[in-house]
Design a binder for this molecule. Structure first.
Ligand code: ADP
Ligand code: MG
Length: 410
């Protein structure tokens, strides 16, 4: 099933003002953008709109300012970085819907770019306040959502506004939807899913769905200890999510009755504490003695997982295999990352720390798709609908019934 929402490519934008929701939720360091991956990911949509003669008004959030202005979370550094990347002056507003917005919006010509202040400075943003959505809608003649990473939230700038303007999918959002949906709906087989990270509860929805679809699910990360606990295996001082134990037990039971093989590690790397300099040793099996914690999958497990990845038609990877931020416990994640990079099958990486791991190892350009959305990619993979996507126009009728919602004073 192909992505059914109207694309920005098919929108009439010349001479019009387009309100674009982007995901510029980037890490800052000393008042500058520390990592511009998400800004770069929005460039194709911004570039397309400018080329076609649109004036671009960008809306985005940064961090969690909780409904009031916070100078430390101003979009100013993001605007500067975007300006460098585009090679133009990016105009910046002092507010989201207030302040100098009308003046600055009115002065925009074709190809100009205006960046609004952090949408979460407005309390109505996360409450999806219809009044804020309406005010945002005044800023454009049409709306484009390219913020895949925020599309699982029904907020004023991601969902509400699309009830007041014809809404189109941006190029990034479209690609994310296509790549991630294809993994579940039309994967080349065998489909191998590698899941790690800290909590079972974060990923149980994905496990449940892929037990029905995948040929194999390989479990690593701290999450495996909920499974071991459920099997009555000692986990020592390992990080165990208590409510994950019950979920893991249920998943193990469901796996019994499915055609999907659920695989757990066969060996581990143990540490005395959660610390790079801690005493470390390899365990032969998976029983963790008291006084030790499992911080990585062991080499036999890593080799097993790498082999499964190598022979897969499609690989979906979400969540590191261990505490990879600490070099002594990064080997399992690195082995899996290298296998994913070398795989001949289609490789899709589902956001968050697994993307960070691939980038750390310099392998990020060797996979087929690296999602920009952590939570959004998980919800989509679980089979949930994303409110920020649902609110957009359907492909078949890109303009019908919406003309009356457009501004007449443009
Ligand atoms: P993702 O963002 O890719 O979905 P998560 O956020 O679920 O992944 O989990 C990532 C975190 O899990 C990392 O910070 C990593 O250090 C931690 N982690 C992985 N394995 C272990 C482990 N065995 N013990 C403690 N923490 C772990
Ligand atoms: Mg994470």
């Amino acid at each position: 099933m192909s992505f059914a929402k109207a694309s920005v490519r098919d929108a009439e934008v010349a001479g019009r003002r387009v309100l674009v929701r982007v995901d510029f939720n980037v890490p800052l360091d000393g008042g500058e953008v520390a990592d511009d991956m998400r800004i770069r990911a929005a460039l194709p949509t911004i570039g397309l709109l400018r080329e076609r003669g649109a004036a671009v008004v960008l809306a985005a959030h940064l961090g969690r300012p909780e409904g009031k202005p916070d100078p430390a979370l101003s979009m100013a550094p993001v605007g500067r970085r975007l300006g460098e990347l585009l090679g133009i002056e990016v105009k910046q507003a002092t507010g989201v819907i207030e302040g100098d917005i009308d003046l600055k919006c009115g002065a925009l010509g074709p190809g100009d770019v205006l960046l609004l202040e952090n949408t979460r400075f407005e309390p109505g943003e996360t409450e999806n306040d219809p009044k804020l959505a309406e005010s945002l809608a005044q800023l454009g003649d049409l709306y484009v959502n390219d913020a895949f990473g925020a599309a699982h939230r029904a907020h004023a700038s991601t969902e509400g506004v699309a009830h007041h303007l014809p809404g189109y999918a941006g190029l990034l959002l479209e690609r994310e939807m296509t790549e991630l949906t294809a993994v579940a709906e039309s994967p080349r087989k065998p489909l191998v899913v590698v899941l790690g990270g800290s909590k079972v509860s974060d990923k149980i929805g994905v496990i449940d769905r892929f037990l029905e679809i995948a040929d194999r699910i390989l479990i690593g990360g701290a999450m495996c200890f909920s499974f071991f606990r459920a099997q009555g295996i000692g986990t020592g001082d390992s990080l165990v999510e208590e409510k994950g134990v019950e979920l893991a037990a249920e998943a193990l039971e469901r796996a019994q009755g499915s055609d999907c093989e659920l695989t757990l590690p066969v060996d581990l790397v143990l540490g005395r504490g959660f610390d790079a300099d801690t005493e470390r040793r390899q365990s032969d099996g998976v029983e963790v003695p008291d006084g030790w914690m499992g911080l990585d999958i062991g080499p036999r497990s890593a080799a097993l997982y790498a082999e499964a990845v190598a022979s897969a038609g499609t690989v979906l990877w979400n969540g590191p295999m261990g505490a990879f931020e600490m070099e002594p416990f990064a080997a399992g994640t690195r082995t899996v990352a290298e296998a994913v990079a070398a795989a001949t099958g289609t490789t899709v990486i589902g956001g968050g720390d697994s993307v960070a791991a691939l980038r750390k190892f310099g392998l990020d350009d060797r996979v087929d798709w690296l999602s920009t959305g952590g939570g959004a990619s998980l919800e989509l993979l679980e089979g949930k609908k994303l409110p920020g996507v649902e609110a957009l126009l359907d492909k078949e009728t890109p303009d019908k019934g919406t003309a009356n919602k457009e501004r007449t004073d443009a």
